[in-house]
Design a protein around this ligand. Structure first.
Ligand code: FAD
Length: 317
């Protein structure tokens, strides 16, 4: 079922969903299942599966090191298929501009169609670790808007090199990213909102936000988006703080602000066990307020470990 249909069917009730990251290449999928199992009692309508950018690795050959580009966490579509089959849940693969040609994207979407996957999340992807800025892949898209257009075109039977009169069952529901505190590269929030509107006008059906820790930022973002004519569902994406290092890491990587009282509370924790508990409590309070405000769905970034998400969901769903 499509995300928008799940939201409609819930008739105003807030739903629970989460995002997982594929295991590192060569690792067993069991650990992923062990982390998903405890969350299934909260009836997520869907699970998102991220796609990773390629990165440089050094491979030793005869004492010499060769630098190779590789994707360390491949398997997004395969994992979507495995989870769909195992848990009878909708799964949403993240489709990236970075690292993929338009042809590769077309083939990936055809695989999704065969697997009965009805939703995809269309994203540009970040710059690779060694790059200062995002560089489009040869033959790939520069912005997520182009990717949304490609997916929407395919739904209308317009493939890259041919037009098929009737695109059987090819009718994806498309999600895109939104940034309550603006995307890190955007010169202003208004600029970023205009670009978000372009993604929606190109055919996106719903928005999932970047994490935020201050609900007032989310509420202000939704208000501005509505004023700008963005009328699709806006789903808050949230993440519990889990380790003290997040105090530096999250603002650095995502250019988001942490509220002073959260920073002080985490800073006062004696160890990461206390931080994890503090992160859970903050996230419960945040989620309660968002739920009371009537958000359609609370989407959690699990980052591979689910004990904290389970504690949060237990308090809310
Ligand atoms: P875009 O919408 O293309 O925007 C990127 C930047 O370009 C913005 O600053 C925007 O304002 C600007 N822009 C857009 N269009 C134009 C234009 N025409 N002219 C000039 N500027 C423009 N990353 C991964 O690698 N894998 C994942 O699985 C993944 N999942 C994510 C899920 C969610 C919910 C979110 C919020 C992010 C996720 N990301 C993921 C991170 C995402 O790839 C990065 O945030 C990336 O830097 C931007 O992606 P985007 O789709 O928002 O890009």
């Amino acid at each position: 079922m499509k995300v928008t249909e799940h939201i409609e069917k819930a008739k105003g009730k807030t739903l629970f969903s989460f995002e997982i990251i594929p295991p590192q290449k060569g690792k067993n999928i069991q650990e992923l299942y062990d982390n998903i199992d405890p969350l299934m009692e909260f009836n997520p309508p869907f699970i998102d599966v991220t796609t990773s950018r390629e990165e440089f690795v050094y491979i030793e050959r005869d004492g010499l090191f060769d630098r190779k580009i590789t994707r360390m966490r491949p398997g997004t579509v395969g994992i979507c298929a495995a989870l769909k089959h195992k848990y009878n849940v909708d799964t949403i693969p993240h489709v990236l501009c970075g690292g993929f040609t338009k042809e590769e994207t077309e083939y990936m979407l055809v695989d999704c169609q065969y697997l009965g996957i009805e939703n995809v999340m269309a994203l540009r992807g970040d710059a690779m670790k060694h790059q200062r800025y995002f560089e489009p892949t040869n033959g790939g898209h520069t912005y997520a808007t182009g990717l949304v257009k490609q997916i929407r075109n395919m739904c209308e039977g317009k493939y890259l090199h041919e037009t098929i009169e009737k695109a059987d069952d090819f009718n994806f529901c498309i999600g895109v990213a939104g940034y309550p505190e603006k995307h890190l590269e955007a010169p202003s929030l208004d600029f970023d909102l205009n670009k978000l509107k372009e993604k929606v006008d190109a055919g996106a059906d719903y928005i999932v936000t970047q994490m935020f820790f201050d609900n007032s930022k989310f509420f202000a973002f939704v208000k501005k988006a509505r004023a700008a004519g963005i009328n699709v569902p806006i789903i808050p994406g949230i993440k519990p703080i889990a380790v003290k290092k997040h105090l530096q890491l999250l603002p650095q990587v995502f250019k988001i602000d942490l509220p002073e009282n959260l920073v002080n509370a985490v800073d006062a924790c004696k160890n990461n066990k206390e931080v994890r508990q503090m992160g859970i409590e903050w996230c419960i309070e945040q989620s309660k307020e968002l739920k009371e405000a009537g958000v359609p769905l609370l989407h959690y970034y699990s980052m591979g470990k689910s004990d904290n998400i389970k504690a949060i969901a237990s308090a809310l769903f």
